[in-house]
Design a protein around this ligand. Structure first.
Ligand SMILES: Cc1cc2nc3c(=O)[nH]c(=O)nc-3n(C[C@H](O)[C@H](O)[C@H](O)COP(=O)(O)O)c2cc1C
Length: 166
């Protein structure tokens, strides 16, 4: 099956996954730019980061390609779980089966004032919670320490699915 591997990455974490997948599937990882000549029937692996629950530029790409042909590798700071995938599916109007979720990272040196302020607000709302789940506790820890939480084993399922379909 012919597949295009596209990515959107602001601080480089999602790109690390795209490069890893490119190597494993012998594809070229190409930065997604809206309106760059995709065909409606292209099969797409779309690697993109999560900001405020939103999968960046998913709306744009699904205006260009049949949504059923897109698999999304969503990269965020929250620890992976089926709840995260279901939530992303709901908020981004896409089937949960089409989403693979991977942990990214926080490079505070690359974030502007607005983005740092948003993360501060998320942090303080988590701090104010009297009872936090284990995942919320881990998210808070990640927000505090920053850095990379990239773990390529989380994209093995996507790689396996594509190898099986080839
Ligand atoms: C302003 C802002 C909002 C974010 N919102 C979310 C979010 O809703 N859920 C999540 O899991 N991660 C969130 N993140 C974390 C990013 O998804 C994470 O840093 C990701 O690795 C960025 O990928 P990139 O380096 O490819 O751009 C947010 C980060 C910033 C700066």
């Amino acid at each position: 099956m012919d597949v295009k591997l596209l990515y959107v990455s602001r601080t480089g974490f999602t790109k690390q996954y795209a490069d890893y997948i490119a190597d494993k599937l012998k594809l070229q990882a190409i930065e997604y730019k809206k309106g760059s000549g995709l065909n409606k029937n292209d099969n797409i692996i779309f690697c993109s980061s999560v900001f405020g629950g939103n999968i960046t530029e998913l709306t744009d790409i699904r205006n260009e390609v049949d949504q059923r042909k897109i698999r999304v590798l969503a990269c965020g700071i929250v620890p992976p779980s089926s709840e995260v995938i279901n939530q992303l599916a709901k908020e981004n109007h896409i089937d949960a089966e089409q989403i693979y979720y991977v942990p990214g990272g926080l490079d505070y040196s690359k974030l502007n004032f607005l983005k740092k302020s948003i993360l501060k607000m998320v942090k303080s709302s988590l701090e104010k919670k009297v009872v936090r789940s284990a995942d919320e506790e881990e998210t808070l820890r990640r927000l505090n320490v920053g850095g990379s939480f990239v773990d390529f084993s989380y994209c093995d399922a996507l790689i396996k699915d594509y190898l099986n379909e080839r």
